[in-house]
Design a binder for this molecule. Structure first.
Ligand SMILES: CC(C)(COP(=O)(O)OP(=O)(O)OC[C@H]1O[C@@H](n2cnc3c(N)ncnc32)[C@H](O)[C@@H]1OP(=O)(O)O)[C@@H](O)C(=O)NCCC(=O)NCCS
Length: 183
């Protein structure tokens, strides 16, 4: 009988230790000096992604250069959100978005391959919903390729609803449009 509280306290201590060993990433806007690393993370995700054709990859890579990301952030402080690990140092995920007539368009979300399925996209999306509200927007919307199962799962789990499927669209590829109300 007396051993029971002892086991409980040991179990709690172990649980606390485990939580301390795997800290949650912090989600925040990157500092100017960190933008090259954000670009690298984006390019790493873009290069390995199987859902986009060559022309899509080439054009998307040009849309998010270091200087364009800096300009984007200068115009809207919430337009580039990042997930950092290793004591707030390493970029492991990113989310690009922009204000679109009192809606927020989610341009891109990506998580480093070795960091997936740990809830990082979920955290980035939660911060997007919060900052959409701060910017006076009632809705976030986005697209994803019809074949992108991880993206479809992450969006549906975050409360997005499919609006439509559009075939032979951007870059001649098939997409699903999604929306999620935030207020
Ligand atoms: C899509 C992507 C951003 C998801 O990131 P992630 O950090 O692995 O996602 P999370 O761990 O936060 O998962 C969120 C939810 O989606 C589900 N999910 C994520 N990946 C999944 C997969 N491969 N299969 C099934 N479900 C998946 C998770 O189970 C989780 O649901 P839960 O809350 O019930 O557990 C990531 O796979 C990625 O970077 N892909 C390449 C880039 C890309 O395709 N971006 C989208 C196009 S713009």
């Amino acid at each position: 009988m007396l051993l029971f509280p002892f086991f409980i306290s040991q179990w709690r201590a172990q649980e606390t230790m485990m939580k301390e060993e795997i800290p949650l990433p912090s989600i925040r806007r990157p500092k100017d000096i960190e933008i090259p690393e954000v670009r690298e993370c984006f390019l790493d995700v873009l290069r390995e992604i199987p859902y986009y054709n060559t022309i899509a990859k080439k054009d998307e890579a040009q849309k998010y250069t270091v200087s364009k990301l800096k300009d984007k952030l200068a115009k809207d402080r919430y337009s580039v959100l990042c997930a950092f690990t290793n004591n707030n140092k390493d970029v492991v995920g990113f989310l690009f978005n922009h204000f679109d007539d009192y809606t927020i368009w989610l341009d891109w979300i990506g998580v480093r391959k070795d960091q997936r399925k740990k809830g990082i996209a979920k955290q980035l999306l939660a911060d997007l919903f919060r900052t959409a509200g701060v910017r006076g927007c009632h809705k976030v919307w986005c697209d994803c390729r019809t074949t992108n199962e991880p993206s479809k799962a992450a969006l549906a789990k975050a409360g997005f609803r499919r609006i439509a499927e559009i075939r032979n669209h951007w870059y001649g590829q098939d997409f699903i449009l999604w929306e999620r109300f935030v207020v």
